[in-house]
Every structure is written in C-alpha cells, then in structure tokens.
Ligand binder design. Structure first.
Ligand code: ATP
Ligand code: MG
Length: 261
C-alpha cells in the first residue's frame, strides 16, 4: 500500500518543490515506485523534471475540475520509477471553478485510491497557500512533510501550518483516517553562518521527535538542476545535495518500515 506524503508549507520559497523533485528521485533510486503530483500553478516541479507547459494536455487542474481519472493524467518521466501528474497555470482558477461544488476538498482523496497500490510513495507538491488546492492534498495524504528554511520567521509559518493540520485532523476524526506529520525538514542551511544552526536548534526544540535528522544545506547544485530539467541525483550524483536527499529518502523508508511493524 503506497504512502501518500503532502509536501506543504504556506510560506513561499522554503524548498517544497526542490524536495518533491529530489526526494522523489532519491526514493526512486532506492528502487521505490514514485508518483509526483504537482499541485502548484507555478508548475515548478513539472518544469524541473523536464516538461514544458505547452506540451501538457492533461494536468492536475483537469483532475480536480473535470471528470478525469488519476490514471489518465499520469505522465512518464525519464526515470522509469518516477511518474508525474503535471500542473498547469489553469490551477490559478481552481477555487473559482470549484466554488459551488460540494466536498470540493475531497476530490483528490477519492481519485487517488485507485493508484495507491501501484506506487510505494506518492508525493504531492503543494502551492504556497492553504486554499482548496492544498486542502485537497492534505485530505488525500497520509502524512505531511513540512520543509522549513533555516532562517528567521520560519516558525511563524510553521505554527500556521500545524494549525491547519490540526483542523484537517479534527474533521477527519469523525471518519477514522488521521493525517500525521511525516517530519519537519530543515532546508537551505548556510553552513558558514551560525544563525542557521540556531534556527535549526529552535525547530528541534519545538518538534523533538518530528524533525528529520537530515538537513538540506544551501547549494547552487539545487538551483542548477531544475534548469537542466533533472533532479540533482542526475546532474551531480556525488554532490552534497544529492547525498542529503538520498539520506532523507533512507530516513523516510526506515521510519515507514518501523511504523508498519
Ligand atoms: N537547499 C537549497 N539551496 C539553495 N537553493 C535552494 C535550496 N532549496 C531550494 N532552493 C532554491 O530556492 C528557491 C525556492 O525553492 P523551491 O521552489 O523548492 O521552494 P518552494 O517552497 O517550492 O517555493 P514556492 O512556495 O514558490 O512553491 C528556488 O530557486 C530553489 O532553486
Ligand atoms: Mg514550489
């Protein structure tokens, strides 16, 4: 049974998409079958995996708004273990188009069931907002991975994110399935600056059992890879960034083995 992980934080630019692409690639290189669902109208994950917007007919917009099944919207990437459902700029109007639709936050949850057996991990790259698109991701997901940039003001967004998770859990409580926190991932750590380490310590204090051991350092490799339309494991396998995302994948695989026992 596949594990569905939403990668979410309403704060922009914290590394959600970078993590979706590179964690997806690292899980796939460990032999896991992975589906990446791009729910952000910016389509950064889609573009970062080498797709151009113009060549995409069916996107996550169609999945949410039209009578399209999840299977019909899956595209293959260059990596045989990594598939994607791409995003489109049309996602910008999802809230308007779903305005009168009942249970609009549960559309993805219903559709995703059909492929849960096909993949080991389904990663959902969320937009930097907590609107109906992110709600669809949170209700469909088993857990949330929250990337947090090692900088000042990081916790404020973290508190809002945790409040949102609590809200979803409260609604789910009546139904049995409960969203959990997969982990808080510290990102963009500048190793030359003591300040980033202070933020990391503070986040660890707030989430002692939920902060991943792996920290993602700040690195130009992670900015360069999407320009080549590839994950960092493909552009610079031996770089520190590639190693860190592979470590994160190992940590997640191990945590999930333990929690299934
Ligand atoms: N560890 C890192 N080191 C250096 N640059 C990074 C790192 N992680 C992400 N970046 C860069 O920071 C920018 C924002 O990253 P990313 O797109 O992954 O964040 P995001 O949370 O998905 O943003 P948004 O909220 O806009 O969707 C990008 O230019 C990306 O290349
Ligand atoms: Mg993004």
């Amino acid at each position: 049974m596949g594990k569905i992980i939403a990668i979410a934080n309403q704060k922009g630019g914290v590394g959600k998409t970078t993590t979706s692409i590179n964690l997806g690639s690292a899980l796939s290189s460990s032999g896991k079958k992975v589906l990446l669902i791009d729910l952000d109208e910016q389509a950064n994950a889609t573009i970062g995996l080498g797709f151009s917007r113009e060549l995409i007919d069916i996107s996550t917009y169609d999945l949410l708004v039209n009578e399209i099944s999840l299977e019909e919207s899956i595209y293959k990437t260059n990596d045989p273990n990594l598939d994607i459902i791409p995003a489109s700029i049309k996602l910008a109007r999802v809230a308007t188009d779903l305005f009168n639709v009942a249970a609009k936050e549960l559309i993805l949850e219903k559709k995703i069931q059909s492929v849960k057996e096909v993949y080991d991990f389904i990663l959902i790259d969320c937009p930097p907002s907590l609107g109906v698109t992110s709600e669809n991701a949170l209700f469909a997901a088993d857990s949330v991975l929250i990337p947090v940039e090692c900088e000042y003001l990081a916790y404020d967004a973290l508190t809002q994110m945790v409040n949102k998770i609590n809200q979803v859990q409260a609604i789910q409580n009546q139904k049995g399935k409960i969203l959990t926190i997969e982990g808080v991932l510290l990102t963009k750590l500048d190793n030359r600056n003591i300040f980033g380490y202070k933020v990391a310590d503070k986040v660890r204090e707030l989430f002692p059992t939920k902060t991943f051991k792996t920290i993602i350092s700040r690195s130009a490799h992670l900015q360069d890879a999407p320009m080549q339309g590839k994950p960092v494991l493909k552009t610079a396998y031996h770089s520190r960034s590639s190693r860190e995302y592979r470590q994160l994948a190992t940590e997640i695989i191990k945590n999930n083995l333990e929690s299934n026992q």
